[in-house]
Ligand binder design. Structure first.
Ligand SMILES: [Zn+2]
Length: 539
């Protein structure tokens, strides 16, 4: 079986992506995750280019990698100088790794127009630099920059660059599609030629400018390349590097190449989400294999198929990559989605009969009014409960009032103006009606405080619940301030998170609905332990 070694460059090439700025701590944390995933080589950075990367390599010495080897990156010497005098190469040799990758030009036009040196001098630069690092006892991977573009205009010269690196002792010749514009058949054709010329291990490094980085990488592997360079989540400058989160499962599950173990493959989704958190970039839900929508099913036909055969509408079993299928409830749904979703939540809902019919009608009617349950599982679960004839909510709203006032505070040196919000809430718990008032820094905040003030008297444990995210979306932007708004709230009790939704033409009402759902949901989950409509201080 072909063997493939995985090489991740997120800490160097990936960090070029706009919006990413990794601290040294971030880089160490990501390196640990990549080690855990079983990536063979982790490119830690370019010690010759910045002090942060030197610090990274210094700190990295203290932790023992279990599966991965750390690699340092640099470039060939400049023209008309000696490799042994080059500070960049010296720092590579002294950074404490066994393997280094150096980049050099392998395209005639790049040498002449960008490097502004002769073709012969570029070959010497490659040979000298590889030779110098070899003389320091290092394994050297040679990144042949612009290889595929160079190969199109002057294949002989590009091949001579590889030959120069190979003759000087390079352990791997990494063919780069630096500008990311090649097509899979061009990659395959060039590799066939290279394969005939050298027995040195080949690698592939692609960029995604044509949306083909993954396809180009897989074409290269099919052509006999055995080192694959990419980044978790495809992070990289412009359109990104080849996405290892797509490449790894494709190699393992589709091409039968055992590049990581089954157990490590099942960590892939977790690693992808972890890296997106550290990078502070929300992961695209549609990311293949690892996105939250990668195995979600919305259409009624798909869901009824899924109920009969789990893989009827998915290309792999999502658990292989640590992901899961998800059924989305929406106005496009049939009864099947509702029943499937309810069962997923552990709720007993008969697939026929009045309850499911009523629930489906209710979901469709609420969605037409702007509610959306795809990302508000807790509100959906409440709907299922509310459709039961014997459901009793933990509290009911009688009415509320919110006042927002701009108040002038005097006397002060400079006149200060304050916005003040105050809410009064009347709720019914058990047979009792409670009336509370509270202030807040905004109307929703005031409403939240007033509602909690009322409910805490009955359910003191509710103090653990807090709002972690509050999002407002305008549904029909064209009608401006008259438009319908949807509010999504994410809440947490420190252990679990849940999401609820509210929708209305009035932002306060939409917020109230989402807020009330959040608290009602939590109380429902606590049901066996909570007081039932009895004031806590009365017990
Ligand atoms: Zn690159």
């Amino acid at each position: 079986m072909t063997s493939v070694q995985l090489y991740d460059t997120i800490l160097r090439d990936g960090a070029q992506k706009e919006g990413i700025s990794f601290s040294v701590t971030d880089k160490l944390a990501i390196a640990r995750k990549l080690d855990d995933l079983g990536i063979h080589f982790i490119e830690g950075g370019w010690p010759g280019s910045n002090p942060k990367d030197v610090e990274f390599f210094t700190l990295a010495k203290d932790f023992r990698m279990r599966n991965s080897e750390l690699v340092a990156f640099g470039s060939t010497r400049q023209s008309a100088s000696r490799a042994e005098d080059n500070a960049n190469l010296q720092s590579l040799a002294g950074v404490g790794v066994k393997t280094v990758t150096i980049v050099g030009k392998s395209s005639e036009l790049q040498v002449i127009r960008v490097l502004e040196t002769t073709l012969e001098e570029n070959l010497s630069m490659i040979a000298d630099s590889v030779g110098y690092l070899r003389s320091k006892g290092l394994t050297v991977f040679f990144d042949a920059e612009h290889f595929f573009d160079g190969f199109k205009t002057n294949p002989d010269y590009s091949l001579r660059c590889l030959e120069a690196a190979a003759d000087a002792g390079a352990g791997c010749l990494v063919l780069c599609d630096t500008n990311g514009g090649s097509l899979p058949d061009e990659i395959a054709a060039a590799i066939r030629v290279v394969r005939d010329k050298t027995s040195v291990t080949l690698g592939i490094h692609t960029h995604n400018d044509g949306g083909l980085a993954v396809a180009n990488t897989l074409a290269a592997v099919a052509g006999g390349v055995s080192q694959v360079q990419g980044t978790v989540n495809g992070y990289g400058e412009r359109c990104g590097n080849a996405d290892l989160c797509s490449i790894i499962p494709a190699l393992k599950l589709k091409m039968g190449i055992d590049c990581i173990t089954d157990a490590r493959l099942a960590k892939l989704t977790g690693v992808s989400h972890y890296v997106s958190e550290v990078a502070n970039l929300a992961l695209d839900p549609s990311s293949p294999y690892v996105g939250s929508s990668a195995f979600s099913h919305k259409g009624g036909l798909h869901v009824s198929g899924l109920a009969k055969w789990a893989n009827s509408y998915q290309h792999i079993d999502p658990s292989r990559v640590g992901n899961q299928s998800r059924v989305v409830v929406s106005e496009l749904s049939g009864k099947g989605n509702i029943v499937y979703k309810a069962r997923e939540m552990g709720l007993d809902l008969p697939s026929r009969g009045e309850q499911v019919k009523k629930l489906l009608e209710q979901v469709k009617s609420l969605e037409s009014r702007g509610f959306q349950y795809e990302n508000a599982g807790a509100s959906f679960e409440l709907l299922v409960h509310r459709a039961k004839p014997d459901y009793r909510p933990s509290f009911e709203l009688v009415d509320f009032m919110v006042v927002v006032e701009r108040r002038r505070r005097l006397p002060t040196i400079a006149e200060l103006e304050d916005m003040l919000s105050e809410a009064t809430v009347k709720v019914k718990v058990g047979g009792e009606i409670i009336h509370t008032a509270a202030e807040g820094n905004g109307p929703v905040n005031a409403l939240d405080h007033a509602l909690r003030k009322a409910l805490l008297q009955f359910y003191p444990s509710l103090a653990a619940v807090r709002l972690v995210d509050y999002k407002v979306r305008i549904l029909e932007e064209s009608v401006g301030t008259e438009s319908q708004v949807r509010v999504l709230i994410e809440s947490s009790d420190g252990v679990h998170e849940w999401r609820t939704v509210g929708s209305s033409a009035n932002i306060i009402e939409a917020s109230w609905l989402a807020l009330a759902d959040s608290l009602e949901y939590w109380l429902l989950k606590q049901k066996p332990n909570r007081a039932k409509g009895v004031k806590a201080d009365g017990d």
